[in-house]
Design a protein around this ligand. Structure first.
Ligand code: GTP
Ligand code: MG
Length: 678
């Protein structure tokens, strides 16, 4: 039933340890922060990231969640610790498109990792004249690699940048070189069922006038020539805005995350079954098949884990998408993989989330394993979703049956994990804790029937989902749809781009600019939740069937945008990053895996411009050699291939990045400047 978000696996065993040549000594140069004293008021502390003045009683920034504390601990870094250079494997299989059926229906397609084919570095040069001809309106678009982490690092700081503070000063005359056609990603089609989904729930904070990343970066050269139109100038047409009564249920994209085997898929399957999305007959079938394979306990998970490999291994590998309706929401369930090898897949699914359920295995030893700094995924998932902008969280303390529904166990989990979540920037008031058992159906959609849970008087899981605040949508902004899947039917000459509409709206007949090929296409039809739909608006997960474009020019990692408001395509970027607690230091020359919306690319740290002071957010040291755990810094990275990107201040979803190495997220960040466009 559910479609799978399909992302290439990412095994990173090829790397070199060649950091010994670096000197890890790092000292903050006090002399370089002359204004620091002036900016610290007596009873407040200033956030290093957003410069908001917080009351001294606050342990983390009220605006962006950054922890208050000495990030620059002027330590001499442990020389024994070696950083490793990640080498992105260029082993993506060459692209083949297999049409199984002549008339492929978008909604009835599914892809999984086994039949995904990608090719890295395959470039088709586009005829520049054609491109210029095609663009009719406007100018061409110019956790730690943990050792022994005891504390954790905030991530909410990525959300809060004042949009208005970034000066838009683009010139229209310079033509972009649009000759690059990055990696292709063709999805083999298949005829199982279901479709795809997707939110961005954060409003920008108004009082961050000091953060003008583009302006502050100290570079005056305009990196975005050719992209003349400011998104602020955009005026939406009437049909693009939802009428009040039009959608009775707001769509809520809900990422189910957590450590491997915590019961995410079982919980999702159980919910879908209880809410009538999986029939009794289907359920019997799953039970029978699972039993036959000796995996009886995975019957509910099988509703989400569809591929033979997932069922065989008993783990989720790609993000499964399913739907149900609660009282308030049309919920899009994004069941993520918990296994560490599939964190990149988790990222691509959860990046679309408006809210999240963090599933915890309450069993003795299992909760602890999830919290483990080296192998556990609970912390990394929590950090990642916070940095995706998710600030509303349900912690589903699952498998309570395995601990006899013990209140003490539940309280212990709250106390240990609660501290960690606070340090990630989650506010207590935005986190609900629900003890439950997916297998024994306790506390999912109704009050627990088991007397051993009689100590619990809070909401059940479904009620907690209904208590989420509705996400904010960017209806009045120009179209942005990062493409997470491409479905092709070569025999029919059809191509559909799937993803979540982050901003704006489309309907059949709309002209869209497909990036990075910079080709204009016309929307033929749209589907949402496997149904044809007339209009797609911000927040919707849709499949957009396109006319007038070569299928090779539509690729996952690309973006559909408004022809007058092209997004950038670049490989040289300035970032503001925060290195996670316990992570390997980032050095000049570090090779990292760079993640941004649905794209992933190998990146090299070309420059560390400055370290930022934890208290003032100002430059603490210019041109340091490395960034240690818990430090934030401005860096420049050069990617192996250009990607579709925007400055975070202009478009959050296209400007939020994750840096990973050795299978761990080492830093989260935002794009502060596009140094050079392609
Ligand atoms: P990944 O996607 O691979 O990370 O795993 P998951 O989190 O989706 O876990 P899954 O749903 O596959 O379940 C893993 C195992 O936990 C299965 O054997 C389930 O039967 C078991 N399980 C899930 N929920 C419960 C529960 O409430 N109680 C008990 N005792 N076992 C459970
Ligand atoms: Mg699973």
């Amino acid at each position: 039933m559910p479609r799978k978000v399909n992302y290439g696996l990412d095994y990173d065993d090829d790397y070199d340890d060649n950091y010994d040549e670096y000197d890890y000594r790092y000292e903050v140069d006090e002399n370089e922060t002359p204004s620091q004293k002036e900016t610290i008021k007596h009873s407040v502390w200033r956030c290093s990231i957003c410069t908001y003045d917080n009351d001294e009683t606050m342990s983390s920034c009220d605006i962006c969640g950054v922890l208050h504390g000495p990030l620059l601990n002027n330590s001499i870094y442990d020389k024994k610790r070696t950083a490793n250079i990640f080498d992105l494997k260029s082993s993506r299989v060459s692209s083949t498109v297999v049409g199984r059926d002549e008339a492929v229906k978008v909604s009835s397609m599914r892809s999984d990792s086994s039949n995904l084919s990608t090719e890295k570095g395959k470039h088709n040069r586009l005829d520049e004249i054609n491109i210029l001809k095609n663009i009719e309106v406007g100018p061409p678009a110019g956790s730690r690699t943990s050792d022994n982490c005891s504390a954790s690092v905030p991530e909410g700081w990525l959300d809060h940048v004042d949009e208005s503070s970034v000066a838009v000063n683009l010139q229209s005359s310079v033509k972009r070189s649009l000759s690059l056609m990055p990696k292709e990603r063709n999805v083999m089609v298949d005829d199982s069922s279901s479709s795809r989904n997707g939110g961005e729930a954060n409003s920008l904070t108004s009082n961050l006038e000091n953060i003008s990343f583009a302006a502050k970066s100290g570079h005056s050269n305009d990196a975005n020539p050719g992209r003349a139109n400011s998104r602020a100038q955009y005026k939406p047409e009437k049909w693009m805005l939802p009428e009040k009564a039009e959608h009775s249920l707001t769509q809520l994209n809900l990422a189910i995350v957590g450590h491997v085997d915590s019961g995410k898929s079982t919980l999702s399957g159980r919910l879908l079954h209880l809410l009538g999305r999986i029939s009794q007959k289907e359920m019997h079938k799953y039970e029978k098949e699972a039993k036959l394979q000796g995996k009886g306990s995975f019957a509910y998970a099988w509703a989400l884990d569809e591929s033979a490999e997932e069922r065989e291994r008993g783990i989720t590998m790609t993000v499964a998408v399913a739907y149900f309706d609660s009282k308030r929401y049309h919920v899009v369930v994004l069941d993520s993989p918990g296994h560490k090898d599939f964190v990149p897949n988790m990222i691509t699914g959860a990046t679309q989330a408006d809210a999240s359920i963090l599933v915890i295995d309450a069993s003795i030893g299992s909760f602890e394993a999830g919290m483990d700094g080296t192998k556990g995924q609970t912390r990394e998932h929590a950090q990642l979703i916070r940095s995706f902008g998710v600030d509303q969280l349900i912690v589903a303390v699952n498998k309570m049956d395995a601990v006899d529904y013990s209140k003490e166990r539940f309280d212990l989990i709250i106390s240990q994990l609660g501290t960690f979540l606070r340090s990630c920037g989650f506010k207590d008031s935005s986190v609900s804790w629900i003890p439950l058992s997916a297998v024994e159906n306790q506390n999912l959609v109704s009050a627990p029937s088991n007397f051993r849970l009689s100590w619990y008087h809070g909401p059940n899981l479904l009620d907690a989902i209904d208590s989420f605040q509705p996400p904010t949508r960017e209806f009045s902004k120009p179209l942005i749809m990062p493409i997470c899947d491409v479905i092709k039917s070569p025999s029919q000459g059809q191509v559909s781009a799937c993803g979540k509409l982050e901003a704006g709206a489309v309907r059949s007949g709309s002209k869209v600019l497909v990036m990075p090929s910079a080709t204009i296409a016309t929307v033929r039809s749209l589907e949402r939740d496997s149904q044809a739909c007339p209009i797609g608006r911000a927040g919707d997960n849709i499949a957009v069937s396109l006319n007038g474009i070569d299928g090779n020019h539509v690729m996952a990692g690309g973006v559909l945008c408004h022809p007058d408001f092209p997004i950038a395509f670049a490989k040289h970027l300035e970032l503001k990053v925060l290195v996670l607690d316990g992570a390997t230091p980032i050095l000049i020359g570090s090779q990292l895996e760079f993640h941004i919306h649905h794209a992933k690319e190998a990146a090299r740290v070309a420059r560390i411009s400055s370290l930022l002071d934890s208290k003032t957010g100002k430059v603490a040291k210019k041109a340091p050699r490395c960034i240690l755990a818990k430090q934030s810094a401005v860096v420049e990275v050069i990617l192996q291939e250009a990607i579709c990107v925007e400055e975070f201040s202009k478009c959050k979803v296209l400007g939020r990045v994750f840096l990973r190495t050795l299978g761990r997220t080492v830093a989260v960040g935002i794009v502060t400047r596009i140094v050079e466009e392609q």
